[in-house]
Ligand binder design. Structure first.
Ligand code: G1P
Length: 292
């Protein structure tokens, strides 16, 4: 199973910050935003990951994450020259995907919750058996997202991108698990009215073939798209609250790697040394010291 993190886009809703910095490198409380989606793919046992970013930011991601060996994974990098849509990732990544099942997560999406592991493992297995999975989550502002319409038995009737008149409040989150056909199908998509290759169009191709599962993430899960100042602030406060009150470190690639047996404790200490006296450096050192 391959994995892609899409960290492109121009982040206009976060101007003027994103005039000089990649959105996905902005902080969510104590660590860069991209640590969160990276941890999710790692939780899904995906160790071969492609990071797609912009021409101006690619080097910064390489500087931060390197070849992935410090997390016991393999990271490679590609550039999306202009923000032409999420589905373009499967065309840019065609060689990397190599007709294998592939997950994609958006670089500004945060997923958290007990049992996420199980859900991710099931999606991986399904994708390997030719059934793709996307995840739906209840939102109050459905005009901003891809929206799923269900019938009374929770069968999916339609998926629409940013509908003016949403048929439900269930949004498609930015985490997708596809079978080996993602690149082939992505190449069939034509640009939408806003000039983008829409991920919703890719999902609709799978839906039409009856090969798409839409898994509802219930209230036990937190999902956030951190693309606006308010949601960025909400996400930081959420992570701060959990970190302080429950004394846990969430979405740490180093700690996920250790829990999977991919790296040693010494490797966590080496990263912690590099992060110096920062709260994140201290937190992963403390967590590693307490772990067996
Ligand atoms: C994108 C997708 C949309 C999805 C959302 C989740 O929207 O097009 O279907 O619901 O991500 O974050 P964008 O963030 O590009 O506006």
């Amino acid at each position: 199973m391959k994995g892609i993190i899409l960290a492109g886009g121009s982040g206009t809703r976060l101007y003027p910050l994103t005039l000089v910095s990649s959105k996905q490198l902005l902080p969510v409380y104590d660590k860069p935003m991209i640590f969160y989606p990276l941890s999710v793919l790692m939780e899904a046992d995906i160790r071969d990951i492609l990071i797609i970013s912009t021409p101006q930011d690619n080097e910064k991601f390489i500087q931060l994450l390197g070849d992935g060996s410090k997390y016991g994974i393999k990271l490679t990098y590609e550039i999306q020259p202009s923000p032409d849509g999420l589905a373009q990732a499967f065309i840019i990544g065609e060689k990397f995907i190599n007709n294998e099942p592939c997950a994609m997560i958006l670089g500004d999406n945060i997923f958290c919750g007990m049992g996420l592991n199980k859900i991710l493992n099931a999606a991986v297995k399904d994708a390997e058996n030719g059934v793709s999975t996307i995840f739906a989550y209840h939102v109050n502002d459905p005009q901003r997202f891809g929206i799923v319409e269900f019938d009374s038995n929770m069968n999916v009737l339609s998926i629409e991108e940013k509908p003016a008149l949403p048929k439900s409040n269930y949004c498609v989150t930015g985490l997708y698990f596809y079978d080996g056909h993602s690149s082939e199908f992505a190449k069939k998509i034509v640009p939408s009215d806003r000039g983008e290759l829409e991920i919703t169009d890719l999902n609709n191709i799978y839906l039409k073939q009856n090969k798409l599962k839409v898994k509802l993430l219930d209230t036990g899960f937190v999902w956030m798209d951190t693309g606006t100042f308010d949601s960025l602030m909400d996400a930081s406060i959420y992570v701060q609250t959990i970190s302080k009150h429950q004394d846990v470190v969430i979405c740490s690639p180093e700690l996920v790697a250790f829990s999977k047996g991919w790296i040693t404790k010494e490797m966590i200490f080496a990263s912690a040394d590099k992060y110096g006296k920062s709260p994140y450096g201290k937190a992963i050192r403390k967590a590693a010291e307490m772990m067996r």
